[in-house]
Design a protein around this ligand. Structure first.
Ligand code: AHM
Ligand code: MG
Length: 321
């Protein structure tokens, strides 16, 4: 196992060496994500100042147009992911359709991302994040994004919390790196993350309780009867990060109003399901693994449950009774 403190670039190169047939494409792709993450982190850290220096849609004291943080993050992702030349196509929560950068015309991969998830938390200084999912290019059309999550080549997120972390997997476990601001590098801080078999926390937006179906209500009541405690941040990245480390469950279910739930399959549910399963946990729609869903469209929504084995098995028992 790599040593704590190993920097992300060395770690990625070391992983590449384990695959003698690797061409270095994935390495370049991951390094582009890392560069974008550092830039977005520096903007997120100044978010409060943006209010003082000028709001979105206005000009700041330097007379520059002030952009919203999610627009800035989207532009940074597009700039770096395009320039690296490894991505044939990019899909973003912020774009209606996929884009095909000129520099990526020979790229082997495609990437779907949410540049800044949890945007309702920006104004109140609570953790937000960037989520990404890398798949292989097949035919070179937008349809290539409609592959099952289990085919992901890599997936991960960056959390802008009390520290900035990058957590990712290429299909052989999950590793977490913390940005050391003094050297500007991500350093391995959480090697080979594994969820406990059973946790103590449930995490859902319980204000929707009355809109949930009966089996889900009974399941949550069961967890409470077993003594579980509640944590819900309302930033998927932060809620999933806690679940990866402490176990328990996180969910954004379907309800009477949102029949497919709220979260998006390609750049929220699927990459997080990949990480949770790589870390020994389970993902579920309530019936099957999220990684087995065949997507039908780019911005499709899906009910999401992620967590430790015990809580997920119990959920499926209630949901399928
Ligand atoms: P966003 O992509 O508009 O930021 O919405 C996604 C976020 C997730 O981070 C979070 O899990 C969920 O929305 C919270 O929704 P709610 O406020 O309904 O609980
Ligand atoms: Mg989002």
């Amino acid at each position: 196992m790599a040593k704590i403190g190993t920097d992300l670039n060395s770690f990625i190169l070391e992983e590449e060496r384990k695959h003698p047939d690797a061409t270095g494409s994935l390495t370049m792709a991951l390094m582009a994500i890392e560069a974008a993450a550092k830039k977005i982190a520096s903007h997120v850290r100044r978010a409060g100042l943006a209010d003082i220096l000028g709001k979105a849609g206005t000009t700041n004291v330097q007379g520059e147009e002030v952009q919203k943080l999610d627009v800035i993050s989207n532009n940074i992702m597009i700039e770096h992911l395009s320039a690296c030349g490894e991505f044939f196509a990019l899909a973003s929560e912020e774009l209606d359709e996929a884009i095909f950068p000129e520099e990526g015309k020979n790229g082997k991969y495609i990437i779907a991302f949410d540049p800044l998830d949890g945007s309702s938390n920006i104004d109140v200084n609570v953790s937000i994040g960037t989520i990404f999912s890398i798949q292989r290019k097949i035919n070179g059309t937008q349809e290539d994004f409609l592959q099952e999550g289990k085919n992901q080549i890599a997936a991960g997120y960056v959390i802008y919390g009390s520290s900035t972390m990058l957590v990712y997997s290429t299909g052989s476990g999950v590793n977490g790196f913390t940005l050391d601001p003094s050297v500007g590098m991500f350093l391995l801080s959480h090697p080979d993350i594994k969820l406990p078999e059973k946790g103590k926390i449930y995490s859902l937006n319980e204000s929707n309780y009355k809109k949930w179906d009966e089996p889900l209500r009974k399941y949550v009541d069961h967890l409470k009867d077993e003594g579980y405690t509640a944590r819900y941040i309302g930033s998927m990245v932060a809620d999933v990060h806690r679940t990866l480390i402490k176990g328990g469950m996180f969910g954004y279910p379907a309800d009477k109003k949102n029949v497919n739930g709220k979260l998006r399959l390609l750049y929220e549910a699927s990459p997080m399901a990949f990480l949770i399963e790589q870390a020994g946990g389970k993902s579920s729609t309530g019936k099957d693994s999220i990684l087995d869903i065949k997507p039908e469209k780019l911005h499709q929504r899906v009910p999401v449950f992620l967590g430790s084995k015990y809580e997920m098995d119990l959920l499926e028992k209630y949901m399928n009774e």
